[in-house]
Write a new protein. Sequence first.
Length: 396
Amino acid sequence: MSWTTPAQLKEQVRRRWERGEILSARVTGAALFPLRLKLAKPTSTDITERFDEVRRWTQTLIDESRSDREGGYVINWREVRHRVHGCNRVPDAVAVATETDALCLIGKLGDAERFTRLVELTLARYPELREWLSRWPLTLLAHAHDWNQILAVLDYFCAHPCPGRYLRQLSIAEVDTKFIETRKSLLIDLLDAVLPATAINAHVTGVKGFEVRYGLMEEPLSIRFRILDPVLCPQGLSDLSVPLEQFMRLTLPLRRVFITENKINGLAFPEHPDAIVVFGLGYGVSMLFNTAWLERCELYYWGDVDTHGFAMLSRLRARFPSVRSMLMDETTVLGCRTFWGSEPKPDVANLAYLTADEQAVYKKLTDNTWKERLRLEQERLPFTYLEQFLKTLSES
């Protein structure tokens, strides 16, 4: 039987709830009711040939209708005449007359009343949130338990725009740091609606930019490096992680700076006179771009031999034209066939800042000359390659 069942009628109303339409209408005042539901019903042939089935189907609709319970749907009828069964009524259409009927039908009356209380509370303080409430009513309901704290966060930022403090330092009653950390996405939507444009850094977006967007202090970017010359180590300290601003003011008498993406390579990097190794930055090499003293050093970049490794090299050389690559040449690649792997997602691009030799290697990678999606990860390279490179460099 393909005729609409009471469960399917109920599901139609539930979908309206799940799309937020019923609650949204409470905010906008839109006229959603009476709500006509889709009804697949018996044809004239069905009534003639399957009369008993039609009668049972009709009774199931009646049993679940508003006529037999609080709330629900109402049935509109039509009369049919049959030469054997005489005159009978069959359902012709089904509708939900009122919002209350709909909410009772799907068991959401209590949720709707809770929603209305929260809307009234919110609009009394922030009428500018009306549009957001109409667009995301179920989000409000999902946060009903902690909505008072969310409003308290809005109150704080409105009273203290661009506070210039760490998130940990904010004093908001019944709101801790973790509360805000775990609700940044929601708070971004709300703060954007209630704060003046002067209190929002519109150039910074996303959850990761929350602090900067709303004038909070953020955790400073850090640079990790090892001093490779024991003579230069302050009080014997060789492995250091410092805020970027401090790294930019570094005054060590350095001749060479090595940059490698892999952390273990940085930790295992051999001693070398008048040198440091910076490591663990990945595509974050751009953090170094404002460090002017690097221009006075010999710079060496050691990355994976794959498309992303050369992309990072090109990006670095765009800022520091004298940077040299190390262990990313064809001889090294061909000498390490045993350690070849595959690059999961090659990124083919026009890299304008590679040397002719580097371009040749990069082209063979993108053309799959040696192997499809070849990748030689720096940590797979035998350590003797690095030692020999540094020995040759020291002798030059």
